[in-house]
Every structure is written in structure tokens, then in C-alpha cells.
Design a protein around this ligand. Structure first.
Ligand code: COI
Length: 445
């Protein structure tokens, strides 16, 4: 059924609604996952109103408004890590090749159906395969074919499939409104990545509206203030079936959410990194600068080896000279020396992180000189502090970095003053604890 909807706080939507969503009561209290809906002592009061229309082109003809008590989900909010918690709803929108995205809908969170031949599972795009060959993996082939493209150079890139993902967060603010942080930046980055991967993508407006709708439908999963955030994971994938190497004939845009706490098990304590010399995350001309899924599959080997040795994660070097810092598996890196903060410049192999960009602006307003440039690995020896940034990791102080067997320590027991200052400034802004003079937050009610 096609609907034009208004969700709590006057958020206007035009989306197809799957059956459970058409009933506000069902939205709040679906029955299939009883565990998730048991009463909680924590209650939040919200006005929820939905307006439905018979067709997309016709304005709303009927409306229902219900005053509801939205309870926080009944989970232990003190124990959140960075793992998936099943929530109530996900957003789903399709597009055929050559077409455009339309008619998105909220669906109950759950499994999706994909052809074994879906583009996202079979072929990556955007890397020149110069005489390489494909090696599909054994039993997992039925559901997931990892395409290994061996480029005739020192570089080895593993491409996972025709897919992109994004990550952004929603925070509960005092007074019970919810803040999104720079969602339009994620929308634009997904569009940029889609262009590189020969995929159609939702418009920035569609993206942001879909994020708002998904967050509001899962409002009870936004952690209480100070307990974490709601991580929002938009995906764009070639879902249509292909056998020969070509763009998929159909694409799916999907958003799911999960409440999360700290990314690293260390929490906010400094993490310990190891510089990787053999494997590289990205190569010039490749896809390191976009958020394609294959970039993340390719770091798992080095990351697993590092974790087995007790490190928190891996710091990658450039694949050509093996001398300049690139990024950590899941985040960007910054090096502090006095009042100067340096970070690798965005040059195609580095992900243009939204937290990275925000921290650069925050640091500049606080009087730091921020340099985006080539940062040589030797500079780590001389640095006062090192920290990482990312949506998931936020600002994560680095306690030590091991390079060629030598451990460089940055005060492993405590958070550096600059890292702490930037962390506090950014998170207070994201959580609505300080005035947002940057205009970066978007309030949902
Ligand atoms: C994020 O920080 O949102 C990311 O996408 C990184 C991911 C590996 C958790």
C-alpha cells in the first residue's frame, strides 16, 4: 500500500508502508520478537501520528493520530558494545538499472532475499584486472563469492562485490528529541561511491528522509543519553542477477539500525596499533576513497593477525612507497605535535571520513593548525599524541604503535589532552550538550 506519512514531530514522508507499519500500535508493539517488547521501567512519552494515502500521487486522504507511550527497549543499556542488536524496522527501496529509486518502504527488520547471482555477491567493479584471475571461495560460494583481483604489481586488492555502505549515528538528547549528525554528508558520500561503482543511488533528500523515517520507527532503540547511540547502516547493493561481469540489472537501498556503545573493547582507553607492512588497504586508482564493501573485507586478514597478537587494530601504509600513513581498518588517523595536527590528505586511497572532516573543523576553531598532507611513518616516533576518528570509533586515542617490531608509546594508560579535548567537543555537540554553532545536527522529534 502506498502511503504518504507524517511521523512524530511533523516529519513528512512519502513511502510505501508494509502492513505492520500501517497500524501505529503494531509499529510500537510487533509480536514476533516478544523479547524486544517486554515492558521497561524507562518510559518516554511521544506523540505519534501517521497519515496514509491510497496512491503516491494523491495527497493524504485519511489520517489517524494516536497518543502513544513509547518505551525504551528492554535491554541492558549499560552493556552496549559494537554488535548487532535486532531492532524493529528497516528501510527498503529498489531501483532497476537505468531507473531511479522510488517507493521506499519500512519493513519489519529481518532477512532479505537475494539471488545467488546478485551483483553484490559475485562481482566487484571499478578495479582494472590486469591479467589477473578470479578465485571463488569454497563452500561460501553459494552465498558469497569473494572476487580476488590480482593486479600485476606489489598491490593485491580483494573486491567483495557491487556494494557500498554508510555509517552514521543518532543520539538521544535530554527532553527526548533525537539528533542526527550530518546525514547529508553520508548521502553525498554514498552518491560519490555509487558513481565510482557504476550504481544508481538515492538522491540526498531520499537518503536523509529514509534515515529519519528509519530512526523514528526504531526510536525506542536509541539509547538513553550517555549510554551510547543508534548506529545507522545504509547499504546500496547490486541485487539483480548477473553472470557475466557487468553492472547488476537491479539495485537495493536498505537501512538498518542497531544501538551501539564503544567500538573498541578498550572503550575510551587508548588502543594499541601495529603498522602493517605486507598488506595494503587500497591502491592508487582503486576504490580506497569510497565506502565500498570490498575495502573492508580486504583488511580482515591483517586485522585478525594483529588481534591474535594482542593489538587492537592495524595501521596501513601507502601501497607504493610503503612509507606514508593511510588509515586504520575502520577509521582515519591523526598525529599531534604541539599545536599542529596532521592527517593523511584525501587522495583517492583514504576514506573521506565525516568525523575526520568534523574534527579538522573543530580543531581549527580551537586554534590548532591542521595539515592534510603526506604523513611519513617516521613522524610517529616524534609525535605527542595519535588518535583515530570515525563514526563508529568517534575519537579514539592511540596508546602505542608498533612499527617494525619497535613499540612507540603515547602514554598508554591515559588519554592525551588533545584527543580528550577534541573528543569532548565533538561528542557534546553530537549529543546536544553544547550549542551547535556548526549547524551539523538535525533534530528529530
Ligand atoms: C563507521 O565508522 O561507521 C564505519 O563504517 C566503519 C565500520 C568498519 C564500523
Amino acid at each position: 500500500m502506498e502511503s504518504s506519512g507524517v511521523l512524530a514531530g511533523g516529519l513528512h514522508t512519502k513511502h510505501i508502508l508494509s502492513p505492520p507499519y500501517n497500524n501505529p500500535t503494531t509499529l510500537l508493539f510487533p509480536t514476533s520478537t516478544q523479547r524486544l517488547f517486554s515492558p521497561s521501567s524507562l518510559k518516554l512519552h511521544n506523540q505519534l501520528s501517521l497519515t496514509h494515502s491510497a496512491t503516491r500521487s494523491v495527497a493524504a486522504t485519511a489520517s489517524s493520530t494516536a497518543r502513544e507511550t513509547i518505551e525504551l527497549a528492554d535491554i541492558c543499556w549499560d552493556d552496549l558494545g559494537f554488535g548487532l542488536v535486532d531492532t524493529d524496522y528497516m528501510y527498503y527501496m529498489k531501483c532497476s538499472s537505468g531507473g531511479s529509486f522510488s517507493k521506499g518502504e519500512l519493513r519489519r527488520f529481518g532477512k532479505i532475499e537475494l539471488s545467488p547471482s546478485a551483483g553484490v555477491l559475485n562481482y566487484g567493479q571499478g578495479v582494472v584486472d590486469d591479467g589477473g584471475k578470479f578465485d571463488a571461495k569454497d563452500a561460501a560460494e553459494e552465498v558469497l563469492v569473494v572476487v580476488v583481483l590480482k593486479v600485476l604489481s606489489v598491490v593485491m586488492m580483494i573486491v567483495y562485490g557491487q556494494g557500498l555502505f554508510e555509517g552514521l549515528k543518532a543520539y538521544r538528547r535530554e527532553g527526548d528529541s533525537i539528533l542526527l549528525f550530518r546525514p547529508e554528508e553520508n548521502a553525498l558520500r554514498m552518491r560519490m561511491g555509487a558513481e565510482r561503482m557504476c550504481m544508481p543511488s538515492p538522491t540526498a533528500d531520499q537518503f536523509v528522509e529514509a534515515v529519519k523515517l528509519t530512526v523514528l520507527a526504531n526510536k525506542r532503540w536509541v539509547p538513553p543519553q550517555g549510554k551510547g547511540s543508534l548506529y545507522i547502516r545504509p547499504l546500496l547493493m547490486g541485487s539483480g542477477a548477473v553472470l557475466g561481469l557487468a553492472p547488476a540489472p537491479e539495485y537495493t537501498f536498505l537501512i538498518y539500525v542497531s544501538p551501539v556503545g564503544n567500538y573498541f573493547k578498550e572503550g575510551l582507553a587508548p588502543i594499541n596499533l601495529v603498522v602493517e607492512n605486507e598488506f595494503h588497504r587500497a591502491a592508487p586508482g582503486g576504490t580506497g576513497g569510497i565506502k565500498t564493501i570490498g575495502n573492508y573485507a580486504s583488511v580482515l586478514k591483517a586485522q585478525s593477525a594483529a588481534k591474535a597478537k594482542g593489538y587492537s587494530d592495524v595501521l596501513y601504509l601507502d601501497s607504493v612507497q610503503k612509507r606514508y600513513l593511510e588509515e586504520v581498518s575502520s577509521c582515519n588517523v591523526f598525529v599531534v605535535k604541539g599545536k599542529t595536527i596532521s592527517t593523511p590528505a584525501i587522495k583517492g586511497t583514504i576514506l573521506p571520513g565525516i568525523t575526520r572532516k568534523s574534527i579538522i573543523d573543530v580543531a581549527r576553531t580551537q586554534g590548532f593548525q591542521v595539515e592534510e598532507r603526506l604523513v611519513a611513518v617516521e613522524e610517529l616516533l616524534d609525535a605527542d599524541e595519535v588518535f583515530c576518528t570515525g563514526t563508529a570509533v568517534v575519537v579514539s586515542p592511540v596508546g602505542s604503535i608498533t612499527y617494525l617490531g619497535k613499540r612507540i608509546s603515547y602514554g598508554e594508560s591515559g588519554v592525551g589532552a588533545v584527543s580528550q579535548q577534541l573528543y569532548s567537543s565533538l561528542t557534546s555537540l553530537q549529543m546536544g550538550l553544547t550549542e551547535d554553532k556548526m549547524g551539523w545536527t538535525m533534530e528529530l522529534k
